[in-house]
Write a protein that binds this ligand. Structure first.
Ligand SMILES: Nc1ncnc2c1ncn2[C@@H]1O[C@H](COP(=O)(O)OP(=O)(O)OP(=O)(O)O)[C@@H](O)[C@H]1O
Length: 251
């Protein structure tokens, strides 16, 4: 890894003077589609620093929660407050990485150039970022020819290129091989250690134990448990969380 890798210079003086985005306060968040309630008065508080892992059964509302936190969607009711800033106003200070990476039909390098230019960040950061995610040797290759794991690493590099204060990750390692999973986890851990606030959705309980400082358990569109990782994994209070950890179907 080159020295340039860690040169994640803040985008500009104006951003540096903004108040931090954490703590996060979510109150009474609701979302309905055609009368069907999928988020049901969800409350959540996140403190500055660390990695929060969000667990919950299929359909619990995890992906929708990330989109609402990111300001990609508007809720039917309730509020998201990033230290007093609404989700839509905070979008540019966070990055969301989807389970299926959305990449431009350009070269690997051009995918990063695009983001750096859009953010007014120096182009020379690109090589360090590619090196950081182990894709320096693929720089000139069309992004569409990357394997699943490589594409996910590029998506993470694009997210880091925005110099986010918050990194929202929606099952970023689903369907990756074990080595690629560990690469992604290392990159995310390094970002956390630099002070990037991580919110990580996964179904991989081994990964959740490796990554989590605290765990949020979602069930039927609500947070039913939020605890320090050690406390959660040694004995969740919520019955649905116990079933989930025990490998029993939770509906
Ligand atoms: N655009 C939509 N229109 C209608 N229903 C939707 C829409 N998007 C999501 N839903 C529903 O909202 C519920 C929550 O979806 P979400 O994707 O947040 O679940 P999840 O917890 O991320 O699940 P998984 O673990 O399977 O990824 C699901 O029942 C889903 O079918």
């Amino acid at each position: 890894m080159s020295d340039a890798t860690m040169d994640f210079t803040p985008a500009g003086v104006a951003e540096a003077t903004l108040p931090p985005l954490l703590p996060l306060a979510v109150r009474g968040l609701s979302l309905s589609f055609a009368g069907a309630t999928v988020l049901d008065g969800l409350d959540l508080d996140l403190r500055p620093g660390g990695c929060t892992v969000i667990l919950g059964p299929n359909g619990a509302g995890k992906s929708l929660l990330l989109k609402l936190l990111h300001g990609l969607m508007a809720p039917s009711g309730g509020t998201v407050s990033w230290n007093g800033t609404g989700a839509a106003q905070a979008t540019g200070r966070q990055a969301l990485v989807f389970q299926k990476p959305v990449l431009l039909r350009r070269s690997v390098a051009a995918n990063l150039d695009f983001v750096l230019k859009a953010r007014g960040r120096p182009r020379h950061l690109r090589d360090g970022l590619l090196d950081h995610v182990g894709l320096a040797h693929k720089a000139r290759q069309p992004a569409r020819l990357l394997s699943g794991g490589e594409a996910q690493r590029l998506a993470l590099a694009r997210a880091l290129a925005t110099d986010p204060e918050v990194l929202l990750l929606d099952e970023p390692t689903a369907s990756l091989d074990p080595a690629s999973v560990l690469v992604i986890e290392r990159i995310v851990t390094e970002a956390r250690d630099r002070g990037v606030r991580i919110v990580f959705v996964t179904h991989d309980l081994g990964q959740a134990k490796r990554m989590a400082d605290d765990v949020v358990f979602l069930h039927r569109g609500r947070v039913v448990e939020h605890a320090a990782a050690d406390a959660f994994f040694s004995g969740p209070r919520d019955a649905a969380a116990r079933d989930y950890l025990g490998g029993r179907i939770v509906v």
